[in-house]
Design a protein around this ligand. Structure first.
Ligand SMILES: Nc1ncnc2c1ncn2[C@@H]1O[C@H](COP(=O)(O)OP(=O)(O)O)[C@@H](O)[C@H]1O
Ligand SMILES: [Mg+2]
Length: 321
């Protein structure tokens, strides 16, 4: 299963992604956590020193494209591959323990049950433009488009909410999206923007109310997002202490936090996987990107890259390389 944590900057995306990643890894089964947030803090939130961070995906995008295109004849070069280029016959489909990504772009955390961290590397608002086909977040999109994840496996992405993920289709690459919202007008503003896109593309979306101080905070969220509100998390002294540099493990988190994480995991795991929809939307967004900018940018007709016989969901045979 794949899940994205989105929301306004400062709402708690990184905090919640890191807690959920710790929780899911402790529950067993492989976990890949990916930092695709504009401020790269997920490693820190997982207790990693900067020296232990993996090589950023953004810096290796050309090699990643070469790896993923494999010997797909429709994609003759990395330069012809944009972030929405779909896999087809000959492409390299990958599993959550893919050896290339593990070797070149992952830090494995034995202290957190073998949790694997990948990072896009730092980017800024300019990198989020629609036409940026070497975008760092594009590396994550390509990864997700070639990944065949199975039950009991979790990919958790800490993600910037906004224009680029809507334009490229990135927001449709998940089985579930958790929108982290503080009980403020700004918090629910981001929710309404996201919910509109989500509805148009049947993207399952649930809200995590974060930094709750009073019952009125919960009422406020309930009034504005209704049944989309899945869980609420109180303002947490344990999280604050972690932020102040105290060593942190899940055991330090308050019971309400544990309860919320359990609900998030159950809700995600109970969500049906829809590979057919995933495949349709892969093609839909690639087509849109080709027309919008990518044909012009590459000087090619990128619609030729679409392999209409390709079917998502079949487990790839063990990847090599
Ligand atoms: N439930 C919480 N209780 C206390 N502090 C929190 C909570 N959630 C987040 N924070 C704090 O809020 C700040 C922003 O959180 P962060 O996860 O970095 O947000 P984002 O990734 O959305 O920008 C951090 O200082 C974090 O420690
Ligand atoms: Mg963040």
């Amino acid at each position: 299963m794949r899940v994205a944590f989105v929301g306004k900057g400062g709402s708690g995306k990184t905090t919640l992604s890191s807690l959920f990643a710790r929780y899911t890894a402790r529950a067993g089964g492989p976990v890949v956590a990916i930092d695709a947030d504009i401020n790269q803090h997920l490693g820190l939130a997982l207790g990693l020193s900067p020296a232990r961070l993996p090589a950023p995906l953004g810096a290796g995008i050309t090699a990643i494209k070469d790896y993923l295109r494999g010997d797909n004849p429709r994609i003759p070069s990395a330069a012809a591959m944009v972030k929405t280029t779909p896999p087809g016959s000959g492409s390299r489909l990958i599993t959550i323990d893919d050896p290339y990504f593990t070797r070149h772009h992952t830090t494995t955390l034995p202290e957190l049950g073998g949790l694997a961290l990948m990072i896009t590397g730092p980017f800024n608002e300019d990198d989020l433009g629609v036409a940026c086909y070497h975008s760092k977040v594009g590396a994550v999109e390509l990864y997700l488009n070639h990944l065949i994840d199975g039950p009991g496996e979790h990919v958790i992405v800490d993600m910037t909410a906004g224009g680029d993920s809507f334009a490229s289709g990135m927001f449709t690459r998940f089985d579930m999206t958790y929108l982290v919202a503080e009980p403020t007008r700004q918090g629910i503003g981001v929710y309404h923007q996201y919910a509109e896109h989500a509805r148009d593309y049947q993207v399952p979306l649930a809200v995590i109310g974060n930094k709750i101080h009073t019952p009125e905070d919960v009422d406020f969220l309930r009034r504005h997002v209704g049944d989309a509100l899945l869980v609420t998390l109180p303002h947490s002294p344990a999280i604050r202490a972690m932020e102040q540099g105290h060593p942190f493990t899940l055991d330090d988190l308050e019971p309400q936090g544990h309860h919320a994480l359990a609900i998030l995991k159950d809700h995600l795991d109970a969500t049906p996987k829809d590979w057919a929809k995933f495949g349709r939307q892969t093609i839909e967004f690639h087509t849109r990107n080709a027309h919008a900018w990518a044909n012009r940018a590459t000087g090619q007709d990128l619609l030729q890259q679409i392999d209409h016989d390709f079917v998502y969901g079949r487990r790839p045979t063990l990847a090599t390389g």
